[in-house]
Write a protein that binds this ligand. Sequence first.
Ligand code: ZN
Ligand code: ZN
Length: 457
Amino acid sequence: MLLWITFFVVGLTVHVVFFLSIFDIYFTSPLVHGMTPMTTPLAPPASRLVLIVADGLRADSFFTLLPNGSSTAPYLRAIIEERGTWGVSHTRVPTESRPGHVALIAGFYEDVSSVARGWKENPVEFDSVFNESRHTWCWGSPDILAMFAKGASGDHVYTHAYPAEEQDFASTDASRLDSWVFTQVKSLFQSAKSNSTLMASLLQDQNVFFLHLLGIDTNGHAHRPMSQEYQNNIGLVDSGVAELVSVIEDFFGYDGRTAFVFTSDHGMTNWGSHGAGHPSETLTPLVAWGAGVQTPHKVTGDQFYQDGYLQDWKLEHLRRVDLNQADIAPLMASLIGVPIPVNSVGVLPVLYLNNSDLFKAECMYTNAIQILEQFKMKKKQKKETTLSCVNLGLVYYHTYDRFSLGCSVVLGFVGWTSYVVLVILKTHTSLNMHPDILKQVCLNPIRNTHYVSELHG
Ligand SMILES: [Zn+2]
Ligand SMILES: [Zn+2]
């Protein structure tokens, strides 16, 4: 019985240690701090950037044409055909809103240690394109906006979110969340006409406008991506973007200095979920156009991609440029000339840039140096940790026998003290004794014990 109890306790302990080791080994922050932000020394092509994220929009729902040959997003389809560059942005698991936005805007794949905090807070401070911008105006869900406002140093990231509890106002029609965002953006530009401070800020360069559109995701969860509600919401976003572009271009006097990026944080499965690594969840659309962005590139031959999507989407004739989700961060930073976020691991997708070879080369160099800075910092930290371990080892061996030697010395001293006490006692006791009696006691202590008791008595 005792054997089985011991076996059970040892088995349980071993499994608990194995379980905790996973957190200790894998759930650590990949981020390092203390790097210098890197900027390209050349003038950027755009003064401002508009980032539109259609939450939960999967690539095939966006690119596939309807049975009648029309598109669910006719305005953005026309952009792909006539004005911009397009591709598939490959996201990583977990395909959730927070890690998706962190990859897009900060350029790294979410810090896994934040799982323990439910992705609500920033467990580790990180840099982002918003933080590096001069001003960023954001509209959308409070869950997403809060983490970038909180992570930004200073007060140059302005958030306009509907209260979390009021997300229910769209319970009957989630696309109203998106209409709310478009209305708010338009009213900002409208109010700038009577607000000189706001007007001055808007006219500066290195500004970002971020629209987070949650309607498609909410409709996908509620009605699934094949539903009419999901499809209609894509149409609503498309017409909203068309109107937004005309409002912005009109506001800035058609100066041709605005860059636009339209994408999604993750996709969605046919049954209305996301989080895992199915292609319906990891493949998201990307369309970029405007200042500094490459115009459509006609292709006559075969393209590099063998996945069949080009044929399915009827886009074989236009160059497709796929990228990893985190690559969008250095692209946005290069377009408006702000430093690439210091923790970014994104690689600049050069084919999206419409600029001189010198500019592209400088941007690639900045990108390489910026990633190298992280490598150097990580190496330095590891070196310091290793050196401190080596120093600890040196101290350990230097003081290896100090304890046993100390014990020996203490024991020796105790022995010596005892000997001294004994000698003193012996000497003092012999002073009160008659030498003959003492002699007899010493010669035959057992036989003569009564003499001793007599003496003491
Ligand atoms: Zn999302
Ligand atoms: Zn969702």
